[in-house]
Write a protein that binds this ligand. Structure first.
Ligand code: NAD
Ligand code: 2HG
Length: 471
């Protein structure tokens, strides 16, 4: 990898280059292929112009680490760009993660890998994080933003899979199917109807009526259930579902309570002893959201007493790093006790684990990463302001795209435009989110040798977090 200082004023324009905030100068592959604009840009390209391939990095130099068995669809898109992709099946212990993250420009993870401030502070080259899942609670989003590291996820590609799993669990719990199956596997015939129920006419209480909760609402009604839901915001009810004003109302009325809220300070131990006591005698609890939402020792107690007739857990406060690892007291101190309970379905965080969901997530997140790396587009980012400009076209020679991620303080735009002022600023967008702002500008009449000056001038501003120049 050459450094920014290697650019000589007399050099021709052999390849496209990005100059990153860390003084790296990464030249692009001459074999770059045509890149379609994202669907989200629909209608933004002038019809007759051919988009310019704005592929900033030397595609051999871009290093990507994918953890936790990211789907092949995602890996194919990234390797198809010529990036160097290392894909591992598991997450990594913190010390190994820190070693690896120092090297890479992009990291792709799922729910298990914790990208804390401590880990991210070592990631000197990191441009962007792809969460190949819905949840982003495993990433310190605020710190990442402060460092100008974009984070993308897939907000709903696995929602249907989770909703279907919950439907299966409702029937499984109502009919004690898990226990009957275990007994038969052990050779015992135990034909029981006591405390086994139809779900028709029963009330499902959904906590969190977002992508998953609302999808589940439709499926549950189709099976003859009455649906009530509680959410912190007022949301349109689907079908004949009904929003209730408080969690307590929901707990008192529902036969099945299912949790679909994010991991937030307010949702930690949202279901504990007081809430379980409020639930109807003989009711059921399902948690496929995050392991922190349920106080598990309290649930164990409520199930032992018979107050809660069954439960399904897909998520846990501590989860093993990968397949084959053990789910024991070493991980969660109550694990053995939990495993001993009847009518308790334990699944290894598989709510979103279907072929359909994982393929769709692979494509969605990988495409977002490519758009960001190659064009600086932040649409869909969960922590940076969302910004896009229509693609540069082949009709526009000597153009460059400047990306300036900066502290949101007064006077920055004036200083930036003074630096860009010797060139024609064709189009520009700037947006902010809290303390952070993101500026994209397409400038024309810029020669290769001038890029270094632009880059260094922008880097010299006190407001600078990250500068990238793509052309
Ligand atoms: N088990 C799995 O494999 C799996 C798969 C996908 C998602 N998830 C998890 O499921 C959860 C929900 O996902 P989603 O896509 O439906 O999210 P979403 O953002 O679409 O919906 C979450 C809903 O919860 C509501 N909410 C937030 N705080 C609340 C509170 N304190 N009380 C009540 N409602 C509250 C929000 O207003 C929102 O409507 C997330 O934690 C996600 O990580 C798990
Ligand atoms: O696949 C995963 O690891 C996470 C699934 C789910 O919890 C999500 O947040 O999308």
């Amino acid at each position: 990898m050459s450094s920014a200082r290697d650019i000589t004023p007399s050099a021709p324009i052999p390849q496209r280059t990005v100059v990153s905030s860390w003084g790296q100068n990464l030249s692009t592959s001459p074999v770059a292929t045509f890149q379609s604009p994202p669907a989200s840009l629909g209608g933004m390209l002038p019809r007759k112009s051919v988009p310019k391939i704005l592929k900033p990095f030397n595609t051999q130099d871009i290093k990507i680490l994918l953890l936790e068995n990211v789907n092949q669809t995602g890996r194919d898109i990234l390797t198809g760009q010529g990036y160097q992709v290392e894909a591992l099946k598991t997450s990594l212990p913190e010390d190994q993660l820190i070693e690896k993250i120092r090297e890479v420009h992009v990291i792709g993870i799922r729910s298990k890998t914790k990208l804390s401030e401590k880990v991210l502070s070592e990631a000197k080259n990191l441009l962007v994080i792809g969460c190949f899942c819905i949840g982003t609670n495993q990433v310190d989003l605020t710190y990442a933003a402060r460092r100008g590291i974009a984070v993308f996820n897939s907000p709903f590609a696995n929602s249907r899979s989770v909703a279907e799993l919950v439907i299966a669990e409702i029937i499984t719990l109502a009919r004690q199917l898990g226990d009957r199956s275990i007994e038969m596997h052990r050779g015992t015939w135990n034909k029981v109807s006591a405390k086994c129920w139809e779900i028709r006419g029963k009330t499902l209480g959904i906590v969190g009526y977002g992508h998953i909760g609302s999808q589940l609402s439709v499926l549950a009604e189709a099976m003859g259930m009455n649906v009530i839901y509680y959410d912190v915001v007022t949301l349109m009810a689907l079908g004949t579902a009904r929003q209730v004003p408080s969690l307590e109302n929901l707990l008192e009325e529902a036969d099945f309570v299912t949790l679909h809220v994010p991991d937030l300070p307010e949702t930690r131990n949202m279901i504990s002893t007081a809430q379980l006591d409020r639930m109807k005698l003989g009711s059921y609890l399902i948690n496929a959201s995050r392991g922190t939402v349920v106080d598990i020792p309290a649930l164990v107690k409520a199930m032992r007493s018979g107050h809660i007739a069954g439960a399904a857990l897909d998520v846990y406060p501590n989860e093993p790093a990968g397949n084959g690892d053990y789910f024991t007291n070493n991980l969660n101190q109550w694990a053995e006790e939990l495993r001993s309970l009847s009518n308790l379905i334990l699944t290894p965080h598989i709510g979103g684990s279907t072929e359909e969901a994982q393929r769709a997530i692979g494509v969605e997140v990988a495409e977002a990463l490519v758009r960001y790396i190659n064009q600086g587009i932040t649409l869909g980012s969960v922590n940076l302001p969302e910004a896009q400009l229509r693609s540069l076209t082949l009709d526009e020679p000597d153009h460059a795209r400047v990306i300036y991620i900066h502290r949101n303080v007064p006077g920055v735009l004036r200083k930036v435009n003074e630096i860009l002022g010797d060139h024609n600023v064709d189009k520009q967008i700037s947006d902010s989110k809290g303390d952070l702002a993101y500026l994209m500008a397409d400038i024309s009449n810029v020669k290769y040798e001038e890029i270094k000056d632009i880059y260094e001038s922008l880097e010299g501003l006190s407001s600078c977090i990250v500068t990238r120049v793509l052309y």
